[in-house]
Design a protein around this ligand. Sequence first.
Ligand SMILES: Nc1ncnc2c1ncn2[C@@H]1O[C@H](COP(=O)(O)OP(=O)(O)OP(=O)(O)O)[C@@H](O)[C@H]1O
Length: 337
Amino acid sequence: MKQATVILRNLSIGYRSGHDVRTVIADISARLFAGEVTCLLGVNGVGKSTLLRTLSGFQPSIAGSVEISGKDIKDYGSHELAQTIGVVLTDKPDVSNMTVEEIVGMGRSPYTGFWGRLSDDDHRIVDEAMDMVGVSVLAPRMIQTLSDGERQKVMIAKALAQQTPVIFLDEPTAFLDFPSKVEVMQLLHRISREAGKTIFLSTHDVDLALQTADELWLLDRDNGLSVGTPEDLSLNGQMSSFFAHKGIAFDAENGLFRIDNATQRDIHMDGKHGVSYLMVRKALARNGIHGSRHVESKDSIEVMDEGYRYHYDGTDRQVKTIGELLELIEGATPYSC
Ligand SMILES: Nc1ncnc2c1ncn2[C@@H]1O[C@H](COP(=O)(O)OP(=O)(O)OP(=O)(O)O)[C@@H](O)[C@H]1O
């Protein structure tokens, strides 16, 4: 049975300035679960950071309630909240001249006394956190000398050292190269499973979220919040309508997005089924051509065991690569169908 650790009830979030209230998102209800990674998706400015800040207790809600580990967030003292929620922000930490080990050690501050002196136990927890994230070798380095990816991992280690049941992260994969994005997402997934933590993060890396998240929260100005597994949201069409945008198509079959180039003409294809056939179709689509077994055209492509045959104007030309095939097609005058 899944255990809900964070519960939003009719929550409205936004900003107050004097008597003015600017509601960013109104009346959302949802839950986050222990041992799961939930990804928050939405366009720029929809309110992802505002939601994360509200759930972290950094800013008050406009209406409704947030319950964390069975208690309303308003009833937490700052110390107790720091022992319950770890927050990882994208901004560079405004500290320098501190070593990685010292930064991760700051994660222990909700537990240390006034002087913040770490006990042997605290040091062990810091070492374990660095080890889990794979940054132990960076321990003596100064924080300002790290790359973006290294620093991001260190901030995750700090949140782990904080030993909270809940971790919120605002765009943890921003500014990272693709392998580092994958590494960070896999790391968060592993931590959620191994340590039973509730992990909630905002991201613009949709494909990664689709492949890693246990649940997605799709935040939309018009329709509010939609929640579900990536697969359920794909099947019920919410994913497609959420990302409905000219030039982007959501392929429910493989659960991935593709760029939907408008096609100017058709080419009939036949021959072998399989990866080569699909790759030819993909290359044609990139060039504005719709290739299919189900269309009629005066020129045609046959996918063979080795290579491709292009039939055009009564002649057959055989080539080995898709690049050569595209050159042949480009050299031929396109027929109107
Ligand atoms: N301090 C503030 N006072 C008033 N409005 C704010 C404040 N901070 C943000 N906003 C507004 O609230 C809305 C939501 O902003 P938020 O930063 O939460 O969006 P986001 O989904 O995180 O965007 P992005 O993907 O660009 O990071 C935006 O219209 C923004 O201009």
